[in-house]
Design a protein around this ligand. Sequence first.
Ligand code: FES
Length: 237
Amino acid sequence: MGLVKLTIDGNEVQVPKGTMVLEAAEQIGIHIPRLCYDPDLSNVGACRLCIVEIEGMRNLPASCVTEVREGMVVRTDTPAVMEARKTVLELLLANHPVDCLTCEKLGECTLSQYCYEYGIIKSPFIGEKHTYELETDNPYIVRDMNKCILCGRCIRACAEITGKNIIDFSYRGFNTRVAPFGDTPLGESECIYCGNCVAFCPVGALSEKQMLHLGRRWNLKKVKTTCTFCATGCTFD
Ligand code: FES
């Protein structure tokens, strides 16, 4: 496989052809904010938080779906990039509950982490907000679709990690939501409750039921355990 040389924030980096700009930056220790990207999932470029400036391009491309090219010159932290990322976060926050103090994901929410880093206290955009009921109709997973940012990581985790296709985007526009086929409750779907969707959710939209109100993540001790759900006996940390 051929190598491609490019410059990111003044640093030269050489990576295999086909590498995405975000991944090339990672190799030299430059973290580009991301919400829909995960190295274990396919790239979809949904959230636009990973935008960067590339010399010769008039728009700000999403670095997780932009392949490196020979001689490319990338800037990840120009005023235009920072301002645009801030707007992306503010738009997400415009339709997201700010009940962070009682949210199960406090301390592990990627959205709140980036809002902190970009100095966003509240969204300047005012509009209609979702008012979905909390979904607790199954024994293992609690879904709060008011907190969903439509990054699609749960959908890809279900399809690409678990090998199922239980959930997908339903409806359109403002009403778009993640749901099992036909918008049936999760408890009536063929979900096997593997928990991958919960593990890949970057916000508090999905939680493990048995973890609710057990305590803050930093109060809990992680231990190695063997899942007995199926006959495989996978071991987890
Ligand atoms: Fe690149 Fe979401 S992380 S678009």
